[in-house]
Structure formats: structure tokens, C-alpha cells
Design a protein. Sequence first.
Length: 176
Amino acid sequence: MSSPSESLPLATPSSDRVNRLFPLLLVLFALSGAAGLIYEIVWLQLLQLVVGSSAVSLAVLLGTFMGGMCLGSIFFSRFVSDKHSALRVYAILEVAAAHGKTAAQVMLRWHLQEGRSAIPKSVKPARIAENFDVFDFELTREEIAKTDALDLIFAPPELPVVDQYRHLLEQFKRDV
């Protein structure tokens, strides 16, 4: 008897789209790193002219950079929703990159493969077309399990309401 993984075809990413976008992605990463390095060198040289010591200039530059990150995380954290955890976004983006799709397309495909109804909201024709472009790939069992596990990982530890109605949730899963 064959195992379940042998009986189902595994999904493969759309290789031509990934192959087209990969060099562009490498160029963008290189340009981003080069711009950051040039920016740092220019500021270091300007600080050396003002302060006169390269060690002190470097310390001021690094202190300013780290202080800016600290202040940004303190002041702008209230504008970021707790629902948008960095790990959750990374997990979805990882699956999306493997298939050459957007995170929204991966979530729509996840809903469709799990037999759920998904109603995406968009008024832009490009986004609407993108939402329909979810039928040329399939998520693997591991990717579905990873996406399913996100709710378990990021759920609040004590959920009395969910515990109270857990039997209904289990019944719903059986009925579907």
C-alpha cells in the first residue's frame, strides 16, 4: 500500500515566474545594501570632519542608528496591530515565495484547499485578477499544516470562551 504522500501529486512553484523575478530580487537586495553602505560612509566622513576622530565618529554613528531603531520601536509600535505578528507574516511570505505568489494568493488558496469560503474585497481590477490567479498551484500538506498552526501559535493562552464552545467547534469540523 502506498503512503498518502505518494498518492497525491506535490505542488511545484511556477518556476518560470520565479526564475524571472529572482535576478531582479538579487539586484534589488544588492542596491539596497549598497545604498545603506554609501549612506553610512558619507555620514562617517562628515562626522570625522566635525569630531576629528574616526573611533568617536563611528561610535556616534552606531549610537544614532541604534537609538533610532529603539525610538522607532517605542513610538511606532502602537500603530502596528497585534494581529500582524512578524512570525505570522514571515511564515506566509515563505510559502508565497516558494510558489511565486503573493501572501494574499496563498491565503486564498489555503481557504479553497481547506474547503472554506473566502470573499476577498477589492475594487482594483489588478487585485481582482490577482485574486483569481490561485488555481495554478496547490499548497503541500506541510504548507497547509504550517498555515493551520499559525492560529495555534499566536492564539492567546487563556480563551475561556473557546474552551466553553470547543465541543461545538469539534462538531462543526465533523459535519464539514
